[in-house]
Structure formats: C-alpha cells, structure tokens
Design a protein around this ligand. Structure first.
Ligand code: NAD
Length: 296
C-alpha cells in the first residue's frame, strides 16, 4: 500500500476536544451552555443508534442534550408544534430532526419549519441557498467533515480538480459547493455520467458518496490523488457482515496519495461536526466569536 490512510476517528476526537474546550469557555466566560435538541419519530433501529450516539457525544462535550422521542403515528401538526416550541426556546441552539421520517410526514415541510439559525444539519432551504451563494451558512455535517479532512491533508485546495460522485442534497451537492468555495475545479458525477472511470481519473480529489459497495476501483484513481470515501455499505463476509465504503480500498490504496478507510474514516466526523455546528449556532445566536477551525 502506498497511500497515507487518513484517520478520521482520531481527527474526529480532535474536533470533539476543540468543541468541548469552546463549550467550557462559553460556560465560564459567558454563563452559556450550548444546547442541542434531537427529535426522533418512530422506531427505525438505525436512527435509534444514531440518536443515542448523538446524545452521548453531546453530553460528553459539556453541552445540554434534549431528546424528543415520539411515536410513529405523530401527526404533522404535532411535529410542527414541537419544532415551533424548540425554535422559541433560548436554551436550544441546535435542532435536528432525525431522518428518515415516517412517510405520512412531509420531510421538506418539517425541515423548513426549523429556524435556519438553529438548523445544525444545514438542510433548511435558506442554508442551502446561503451555501450555494457563498454566504455564511449552517453546513451539512458530513460534507463539512470531509472538508476538514481535506484541509488538514492539503492546506489550500485552490486550483485542484475535484470529482464528487453522487448528487444527493445531503452529501454530494453541498460537498461540491464547499469545494467550489475552496476554489477547486468541481465535477459532480452521478448515475447517468458517461465514462465515470475516465472522469474520476482526472481528479486530484475524489469524494465518493454513492451507496454502492466498493464501486470505485484503483485503476480509476489518478496516482497520488486524495480519496474521501463517504459510503457506508453493509455486505456479507463469510458467515458475518462487514462495513465497506464506495471505494475498493485495497486497490485504491495502491494508487492514491491519501485515502479514508471505512469504518474509521468519514463516519466519525459526521457527529463531531454536528457538535461543532451546535457550538457555532450558539455563538452566532449570542453575537460571540465563532470557534476557530470548526466552520467551513
Ligand atoms: P443517495 O442515495 O441520496 O445518493 C446517491 C447518489 O449516487 C445519487 O446522486 C446517484 O445519482 C449516485 N449514483 C448512484 N448510482 C451511481 C452509479 N452507478 N454511478 C455514479 N453515481 C451513482 O445517497 P447519500 O445520502 O448521498 O449517501 C451516499 C452514501 O454515503 C451511502 O452509502 C450513505 O450510507 C453514506 N453516507 C454516509 C454518511 C457518513 O456519516 N459517513 C452520511 C451520509 C451518507
């Protein structure tokens, strides 16, 4: 293997330490405790695991964590009323509605009812617009985590060719906007892209956010490129299952200059960036300086 393996787990720990240090300062100097409210509707097992981790890490960082678990038959009016209450609550600086919502609830309507200043997932249409126009926004957590890893690897990304594979609103599109903001030349590839291997071969930076196990092969990678693998795919391995990314790690690591593994790559950065966004939202709400190194 020739590539440097980017340790997302260790990097996420440094982000959480920075968050905790800033939270401690806010408490001591300003008497403010940043607070994150997480709303979970229904019993989706993966969502329950995510929400538990978010709660644990929020508390470990010294912040207040408010959990609102509701049955799957909650009406849209009841959910909107809960969000209105959280929007008005000064102890709550960040609001996250765990997705996916049960099908009878309109996710877009619900997300767009969150106060954009408290939208720590960065999915509100106002934040999408602010990011798209290069203004100060709340930035979606997974792409923010990828950007932090890339900046740590390269410093300036200016002028680099970046290929983002995947055009979802959660990862691909905001990632492309962040890379444009770093003055990369950005290509967004997707399921209809012609000659995807040829497109990826032009890239100094590859971000794969597809959801197809080990799709990106080593011979698609330009020698020395940096590969950020967002994919999380559970695949059968003998009698058990294993987690793999969207990149064929073994072959890509022979060609790339640096690569994130799965697990312990991008995954841990997502919740770390949620904590970072909550502190940022708290500082903005109180007109205080934002923490350094935790924003886009
Ligand atoms: P999505 O299903 O919303 O989007 C996938 C995108 O991939 C689509 O835009 C589609 O056009 C593109 N695509 C599909 N097949 C393709 C192909 N053959 N060639 C090229 N492009 C193709 O998925 P998402 O929400 O963006 O998530 C993508 C992956 O990232 C998933 O594995 C998901 O589990 C993972 N993910 C990880 C984190 C994390 O915290 N690390 C967060 C979000 C998503």
């Amino acid at each position: 293997m020739t590539a440097t393996v980017i340790d997302g787990q260790a990097f996420a720990a440094t982000v959480r330490e920075k968050v905790a240090a800033h939270v401690a300062r806010l408490k001591e100097e300003n008497g403010i405790t940043p607070g994150l409210a997480v709303v979970l509707v229904g019993e989706d097992p993966a969502s329950q695991v995510y929400v538990r981790s978010k709660h644990k890490q929020t508390v470990e960082a010294g912040m207040a964590s408010f959990e609102f678990k509701r049955d799957a038959d909650l009406t849209e009016a009841e959910l909107l009323a809960l969000i209105a209450k959280l929007n008005a609550d000064p102890k709550v600086h960040g609001i996250l509605v765990q997705l996916p919502l049960p099908p009878h609830l309109d996710s877009d309507l619900v997300i767009n009812s969150i106060d954009p200043a408290k939208d720590v997932d960065g999915f509100h249409i106002s934040n999408v617009g602010l990011l798209g126009t290069g203004q100060k926004a709340m930035v979606p957590c997974t792409p923010l985590g990828c950007l932090m890893l890339l900046r740590a690897q390269h410093g300036s990304l200016s002028g680099m060719n970046a290929v983002v594979i995947g055009r979802s609103n959660i990862v691909g599109k905001p990632m492309a906007n962040l890379l444009l903001g770093e003055s990369c030349t950005v290509t967004i590839a997707h399921s209809r892209t012609r000659d995807l291997p040829g497109v990826v071969r032009q890239a100094d930076i590859v971000v794969a956010a597809v959801g197809r196990p080990e799709m990106v092969k080593g011979d698609w990678i330009k020698p020395g490129a940096t590969v950020i693998d967002v994919g999380i795919n559970r695949v059968p391995r003998g009698e058990k299952t294993a987690l793999v990314g969207d990149v064929d790690f073994a072959s890509a690591a022979e060609v790339a200059g640096a690569i994130t593994p799965v697990p312990r790559g991008v995954g841990p950065m997502t919740i770390a960036c949620l904590l970072a966004n909550t502190v940022t939202a708290c500082c903005r709400a109180h007109g205080l300086p934002e923490p350094e190194g935790l924003t886009a």
